[in-house]
Design a protein around this ligand. Structure first.
Ligand code: NAD
Length: 256
């Protein structure tokens, strides 16, 4: 379905980003990977779908590196057809204890990076009159939790950016939508499970049950594969008129 298209997926060395990159690759899209940590393992997992994969190590907190990543994609594959703004970090603390440098980092990586990547990719999409921008927000783009001020502010902001980008391009072949997962068991969430287990002196399994029980009525994690299927739908022609939605896949979290 996406043969001949190219997708940038930020933060695709791990977790949800890797799942989304694999789902798009399974539909034939070439992928520009991005993110830190092990690169060769994830790269091989994506390449196994028979597509071309290139890596760019842009730090999403630096606009000039984001521009270099977009230009790298255009030079290597001719276009950025699909932009998945996925890279993200978390920091947990009450507002009065929240370190300002962590606030700045969360806003830069979880929100401003999507603005910068979009502004660099949009001119090419407009010239071709086709594009898909998928912003990986969160259920925290729709509702809040205590001790996540920067994350909740960034994700609510990302949902707002999604709507504006969708509106500005509403008469074109470019759509912009947000995906809002509940808990997904990735390294980002594993750290929160570990912190809960340590703080309460309980096992990992008990901490996982508590974490899900607090927020997610289904008592199940959403998987990167499920999110990948949603991203593929948003890239399909069936989603030509899906514009500016914030689609939660959260086991009922936001329905409460
Ligand atoms: P993860 O920690 O597994 O992956 C994060 C990815 O972002 C990694 O590839 C990492 O290298 C990359 N990254 C971090 N800082 C970066 C930077 N400065 N520049 C470039 N890349 C950077 O986390 P995840 O759970 O897969 O999260 C992915 C996205 O999904 C995030 O935006 C997160 O907020 C969102 N999300 C996650 C959950 C969840 O439960 N895991 C729920 C809702 C939303």
């Amino acid at each position: 379905m996406l043969k001949g298209k190219t997708a940038i997926v930020t933060g695709s060395t791990s977790g949800i980003g890797l799942g989304l990159a694999k789902a798009l690759a399974a539909q034939g899209a070439n992928i520009v990977m991005n993110g830190f940590g092990d690169i060769e393992g994830p790269k091989a997992e994506i390449a196994a779908f028979g597509v071309k994969v290139s890596y760019h190590g842009a730090d999403m907190s630096h606009p000039n590196e984001i521009e270099a990543m977009v230009r790298h994609c255009e030079t290597t594959f001719g276009a950025v057809d699909i932009l998945v703004n996925n890279a993200g970090i978390q920091h947990v603390a009450r507002v009065e204890n929240f370190p300002p440098e962590r606030w700045n980092a969360v806003i830069a990586i979880n929100l401003s990076s999507a603005f910068h990547a979009s502004r660099f990719a949009l001119p090419g999409m407009l010239a071709r009159n086709w594009g898909r921008i998928i912003n990986v927000a969160s259920v925290h783009g729709l509702v809040a939790s205590a001790e996540k001020s920067a994350y909740v502010a960034a994700k609510h902001g990302l949902v707002g950016l999604t709507k504006v980008t969708a509106l500005e391009n509403a008469t074109t072949g470019i759509t912009c939508n947000a995906i809002c997962p509940g808990w997904v068991l990735t390294p980002l969430v594993q750290k929160q499970v570990d912190a809960k287990a340590a703080a309460l002196g309980i096992s990992n399994a008990e901490a996982t049950k508590l974490l899900l029980g607090e927020k997610e009525p289904s008592m199940q994690f959403t998987t990167p594969e499920e999110l990948g299927a949603l991203a593929v739908f948003l890239c399909s022609s069936a989603a030509n008129n899906v514009r500016g939605v914030a689609w939660n896949m959260d086991g009922g979290w936001a329905a409460q």
